[in-house]
Write a protein that binds this ligand. Structure first.
Ligand code: AMP
Length: 396
């Protein structure tokens, strides 16, 4: 894997695709700067070599051209603070101004380009737009794992203009190393824990994982589709009626491949989708009418804990219940604790996909697991397909 460590940036202008798509409040204050902080080591390496940096990013999903709300000018000062040096800004990511500022950049200087998605050509992956961006720099660095599953102009297409000068940044390299460790070099037993709302988004992932894992733990809303498929009574729990057959097929395939499947045996059933609902702990196959399962029950927590504690590799995607509500967060919290404890015993744990990352952060356990992925969709797509357009473009 060619990373910034294999490249000397002295005298070069590095065009760096970062993921600075950070949340902003109504006054344009950054409410979580994790993504910016993550890219700082890559930028510092380029600067330490004697190179200059041209930052490319998107912010939000602007619909139709430039929009104040999604301007990257709001984050210039913060980047400058983190890098401890001034950051220049180009109010258009392509065109004469961007070109002349880029041309004048000296070693150690940093330029941030305006939101790439003010141009539809970015998401369309238009080659001429990618070429214009490419003309600003001498070397292309991709450090935006979160958008590596998109064949956009700045994440994929642009790489062809740098056949010998394209490398991964540290964020990308770390993400890829972590996924590779789990998918291709896992120590056994390998346990995948899948939760979240629906089976539908996870079918391909489960399919792919069945050849690699020893144990599959299923929780969250998707568990009820499996329970119903096997003839259980699930009350008004979340069920995907059109996925009952697929659930049965997954169970059958798992058996054929020697994968142990663990589905909850009990559930916290609620009278409504509300933290204040009446709740009762029941057998997950006998949920009363008018009740819906919103969390796994204590018996399931115990069974899952035993499996997790014996694992040497753990991949977790998706909460065990509606962990955003305090009365239905115990299952997700206990899984988080188990993964942290197993990691302490020597297991390698990768947490990925939006809501499990939110959960591990909520319980302050991000430092107690091996790796927390920054790219939800990208990670899942990597597991599904074994590669990503943004990764292939650098490796080709
Ligand atoms: P996903 O994006 O598919 O990973 O789903 C995450 C969402 O699933 C979270 O917002 C959870 O609140 C929700 N969820 C988890 N368990 C349940 C459940 N039993 N019923 C309904 N929603 C759930």
């Amino acid at each position: 894997m060619k990373t910034v460590d294999n490249y000397n940036f002295k005298g070069k202008k590095a065009l760096v695709r970062v993921d600075f798509n950070v949340p902003l409040d109504a006054q344009y204050n950054i409410t979580d700067d994790t993504r910016i902080r993550a890219a700082i080591p890559t930028l510092n390496k380029i600067i330490a070599d004697g190179g200059s940096v041209i930052l490319m990013s998107h912010l939000g999903r602007p619909k139709d051209g430039p929009d104040e709300k999604y301007s990257l000018k709001h984050i210039v000062n913060h980047i400058s603070k983190l890098l401890n040096r001034p950051v220049l800004f180009a109010a258009d990511c392509i065109g004469a101004d961007a070109k002349s500022i880029a041309k004048e950049l000296k070693a150690g200087e940093v330029l941030l380009l305006e939101n790439l998605r003010f141009y539809k050509q970015e998401t369309a992956g238009t080659e001429s737009f990618a070429h214009e961006l490419a003309s600003l720099g001498d070397v292309y660095v991709n450090d935006a794992f979160g958008t590596a599953h998109r064949a956009h102009a700045s994440t994929t297409i642009i790489a062809k203009f740098f056949p010998n000068d394209k490398v991964f940044g540290y964020v990308m390299a770390n993400e890829l190393a972590s996924i590779n460790k789990v998918l291709n070099k896992s120590q056994k037993p390998f346990t995948a824990i899948m939760g979240g709302a629906k089976v539908s988004g996870k079918i391909l992932i489960i399919d792919n994982l069945l050849d690699k894992i020893d144990n599959l733990i299923i929780g969250g809303g998707m568990a009820y589709t499996f329970i119903k498929a096997q003839g259980g009574k699930v009350g008004s729990s979340l069920v995907e009626e059109d996925k009952l057959d697929i659930a049965l097929k997954i169970l059958k395939d798992a058996k054929a491949k020697g994968v142990n499947i663990y589905i909850p045996v009990d559930t916290i059933a609620a009278s409504a989708f509300s933290n204040d609902a009446v709740k009762q702990t029941v057998d997950i196959k006998k949920i009363p009418d008018g009740f819906m399962g919103l969390d796994i029950g204590p018996e399931s927590e115990k069974i899952f804990a035993e499996v997790i504690m014996k694992s040497k590799t753990i991949l977790w995607n998706g909460p065990m219940g509606v962990f955003e509500m305090s009365n239905f967060e115990n299952g997700t919290r206990s899984i988080s604790d188990d993964i942290a404890a197993a990691t302490k015993l020597g297991a390698y744990s990768l947490i990925g996909g939006g809501d499990s990352v939110a959960a591990i952060n909520k319980y302050n356990l991000a430092d107690d697991v091996s790796y927390v992925s920054t790219g939800g969709g990208a990670l899942l797509e990597y597991i599904e397909s074994g590669n990503l357009p943004g990764v292939k473009a650098i490796e080709e």
